[in-house]
Design a protein around this ligand. Structure first.
Ligand code: FAD
Ligand code: MG
Length: 302
């Protein structure tokens, strides 16, 4: 069966399994994506994430191992990136509502108030005798894992592809790409993955990568935004200001075999900018590749 797509995570998710694509396999992969959305969505009232947001400030709540592991990775990565990636930004993200019907520029005092409730160190994780729990030590703190869960989902699909003996696939979860396996038996025959030109939407890709068995994830200011009085307000928020991050970047692409890491890293780099200190520690040369596109069209590779 040829490439299949479904609308999940508020975006188009496509999977191409080429000659391995059976109806049953596609169904299993999309079911996995739907399961992940039902667990991690802020927009689904009975998701595990919504349950934690509503209840964990009153005391620890028991969570699934899966939820715990993704949140733990997120809190650890927040620490590593000096808060540039921050899973505790739900209150501010809710105020701006970017990409929703109620998107608006919040009042200054609303932002100042919400900013007080975005400290990821108030996410208290506990693991004992295989029971995992989460507590929020701030009753107004709200989790939002929108910057990492598509990456996690891509990695989960890759596990299923391996279990099912699939040899090659292209996964695209709203710009979060996994190029799985090699394009052909010849290992020199690489997948071509284009990075969109963030400055000219309909133009040719600004960079074309040749890759095998890796994820390619881009965070940018050009897909979810609104413009008011000539100013672009996009969806990647800097915890320090409570405003959309302004570091002169239009997009950041991260290339590594862990799509979870790529997703978190792309968001963090967009917030922190090209010269951030943590990038020197995290961007292991030859292992994690970064491509920054600046608002004036320069391409910076690290
Ligand atoms: P990324 O840079 O990877 O992530 C940006 C998103 O992360 C922001 O939208 C915000 O949610 C959050 N964020 C902002 N700043 C930071 C920061 N500094 N640190 C950490 N996180 C930050 N969209 C819909 O329109 N409708 C839906 O029903 C919907 N459901 C979703 C369910 C799930 C489980 C997920 C993962 C996403 C869903 N989305 C939905 C999309 C979501 O709102 C984001 O737009 C999307 O995840 C952003 O991904 P990105 O790759 O563009 O940007
Ligand atoms: Mg991200």
């Amino acid at each position: 069966m040829k490439m299949q797509s479904q609308y999940i995570f508020g975006t188009i998710c496509s999977i191409d399994l080429f000659e391995d694509g059976t109806e049953e396999l596609y169904a299993g992969l999309f079911e996995r994506l739907n399961q992940i959305e039902r667990k991690f969505s802020v927009n689904i009232a009975d998701s595990e994430l919504s349950f934690v947001n509503s209840n964990a400030s009153e005391g620890p709540v028991v969570v699934s191992r899966e939820f715990f592991d993704v949140l733990k990775f997120s809190v650890d990565f927040a620490e590593k990136s000096g808060g540039a990636f921050n899973p505790a930004l739900g209150s501010i993200i809710g105020l701006w509502g970017i990409g929703t019907e109620h998107q608006r520029i919040p009042e200054k005092q609303e932002i100042e108030e919400a900013k007080k409730h975005c400290d990821y160190r108030n996410i208290i994780l506990n693991e004992a005798d295989d029971i995992c729990s989460v507590m929020l030590a701030d009753e107004k703190l709200r989790l939002d894992l929108g910057a990492i869960v598509k990456g996690y989902a891509a990695d989960e699909l890759v596990k299923l592809l391996k279990e099912n003996g699939v040899t090659k696939a292209i996964i695209n979860l709203g710009g979060n790409i996994y190029a799985f396996g090699s394009k052909s038996n010849n290992p020199d025959d690489k997948w071509n993955i284009g990075i969109k030109n963030p400055l000219k939407y309909d133009a040719e890709p600004i960079v074309v990568l040749e890759v095998n068995s890796t994820s390619v994830v881009t965070s940018g200011n050009y897909e979810r935004f609104f413009i008011e009085n000539g100013v672009r307000y996009h969806h990647i928020i800097d915890s320090k200001t409570g405003f959309p991050a302004e570091t002169g970047l239009a997009s950041v692409t991260v290339i590594n075999e862990s799509s979870t890491l790529c997703d978190a890293m792309a968001t963090a780099c967009f917030v922190a900018g090209t010269d951030a200190e943590f990038i020197k520690n995290e961007a292991v040369p030859g292992k994690i590749q970064l491509i920054f596109i600046t608002q004036d069209g320069k391409i910076v590779k690290k």
